[in-house]
Design a protein around this ligand. Structure first.
Ligand code: ARG
Length: 481
């Protein structure tokens, strides 16, 4: 007899179509390890507090450990049930018999699923935090290696001002650092254990939530059961963090897709990350970056999907919440897959300093630097803006770049445009003169890179301090009753 046919799940009269419609097992299976760990902690607590006899608790523990080991070995086929929680209970009953009936004392699937999901999000967020912190460090290393390459920075996708490639790389470092901080916040939102609040209002049995929360590596127990069973805020935070991180990955990808076009010519991809066309033999496509950009759309969809699921719900548990599973479980592979490929791909992008530099010169990007040189000589900025604007037009008429402007040409525009002033048009010098905090000058960039390194290291430490499922399991397996 399976649980789906018991009173607990609708009774023997439940239509098979309804059972099939309501089952989340196909997706829930991915939460098997979380579910087993949660049950191990719960039954250990039940045994210690005397809510169930110790010997029964011991038998159940051994049964759960055996299930974990079979799952690890790939030999566990879960029975067709409404969800993973029931499937585990049925399988446990099949292997250890009557003591299995004691496991669900003082527990509901409502606090059980809330626990599984927090464990899942904690695991995934810790893994992503580790990876994104490493990526920030890698961006800093790459930036130091590329500090002499100059390229135009763009506003409105028009060439704007000269910057170093290091500065461009550091800009993404700064964005991904914020994502690492956001993942650390997600981990904080997962730090309390839902286990023990039961279906909605707690239990009259003598449980101890401190025991389960300690065994599962949570820092405390949630405050209020009615809130706990309907709360998916930690999941929303995780989905938002993922969506935002992938949006950053998508913008980086778009830059690289553009940079590797023949029109830009700033960079090219190595053969092991570029893809061909089935028809056009000459093609070398940036599919990997297009896919990252494409997948970011799915991450945004997952966030919106869960927001819509929770938005109209009354307080407490509602079965609608089961629909969190698709968005939530898809997010891990999206997040880890995109990060992994991004970290593999970036070192395989080669920048072409000459083409980047040509973009700087052809784009009149040092115009602001020249205006600022006039400001330094005492000219009001608005006047300097006009003078340099006239010089740019004169250069365009004559078909020369700003750096090629002669003193005679400068003098024909304004007496202030003398030789020493025009010398600021040399792009490397223009970049080097930027000393303000957060700017593209070599010293400010060096400080930015040091900051990225320091903060990324601290965040990687945070990730290491998160108890991973495997460790929690080993601890539980060895825990005394
Ligand atoms: N499969 C359910 C879910 O994922 C578990 C909780 C069921 N609770 C209930 N009251 N029917 O949300």
């Amino acid at each position: 007899m399976t649980l789906a046919k018991t009173e607990a799940a609708g009774g023997p009269g439940l239509l098979p179509q309804v059972l099939a419609f309501s089952s989340s097992l196909t997706l829930d299976k991915q939460l098997l390890r979380e579910d087993l760990v949660g049950s191990l902690a719960h039954v250990t607590m039940l045994g210690r507090t005397g809510v169930i006899p110790r010997d029964a608790a011991q038998t159940i523990r051994q049964g759960l450990i055996a299930l974990w080991e079979r799952a690890d070995a790939g030999t566990l086929a879960l029975p067709e049930e409404e969800d993973v929680h029931m499937a585990v209970e049925v399988e446990l009953n099949r292997t250890i018999g009557p003591p299995a009936a004691l496991l669900h004392s003082a527990r509901s699937r409502n606090d059980q699923v809330a626990t599984d999901l927090r464990l899942h999000v904690r695991e995934s967020a810790a893994k992503a935090l580790d990876s994104v912190a490493a990526f920030v460090g890698e961006l800093a290393v790459r930036a130091r290696a590329e500090k002499d390459v100059l390229l135009p920075a763009y506003t409105h996708r028009q060439r704007a001002q000269p910057v170093s490639l290091a500065y461009w790389l550091a800009s993404y470092g700064a964005a991904f650092l914020r994502d690492a901080q956001l993942l650390a916040f997600v981990l904080e939102q997962c730090r309390l254990s839902p286990l023990g609040v039961g279906a909605i209002s707690g239990t009259s049995l003598g449980i101890d939530r401190e025991v389960t929360r300690t065994l599962l590596g949570f820092e405390g127990a949630t405050l209020n059961g009615l809130d706990t069973v309907g709360d998916r805020d930690f999941a929303l935070d995780y989905l938002y963090a993922t969506a935002r991180l992938l949006v950053h990955a998508s913008r980086l990808s778009t830059d690289l897709i553009d940079f590797t076009t023949a029109e830009f010519g700033f960079a090219s991809l190595s053969g092991d990350i570029s893809m061909g066309s089935s028809m056009m033999p000459q093609k070398k496509n940036p599919d990997v970056f297009e896919l990252i950009r494409g997948k970011s759309g799915r991450a945004v969809g997952n966030l919106v999907g869960l927001l819509v699921t929770v938005k109209g719900l009354p307080g407490g548990y509602n079965r609608d919440l089961q629909e969190d599973r698709a968005s939530l479980l898809e997010t891990g592979p999206l997040l880890h897959g995109s990060l992994e490929v991004l970290r593999l791909a970036l070192p395989r992008v080669t920048f072409h300093p000459d083409r980047c530099r040509a973009g700087v010169d052809e784009g009149f990007t040092q115009a602001t630097d020249l205006a600022e040189a006039l400001v330094k000589k005492g000219m009001p900025f608005r006047k300097a803006y006009q003078v340099v604007g006239s010089l740019v037009r004169r250069c365009q008429e004559q078909g020369v770049t700003l750096a090629q402007a002669t003193v005679a040409l400068g003098q024909s525009v304004d007496a202030s445009l003398d030789g020493p002033t025009l010398a600021v048009l040399e792009a490397a010098g223009a970049v080097a003169r930027k000393q303000s905090a957060g700017s593209t000058g070599p010293q400010p960039v060096a400080r930015q890179l040091d900051e990225l390194d320091t903060q990324a290291k601290a965040l990687a430490e945070k990730s290491k301090s998160v108890p991973r499922l495997e460790v929690v399991y080993t601890r539980l397996k060895e825990a005394a009753l």
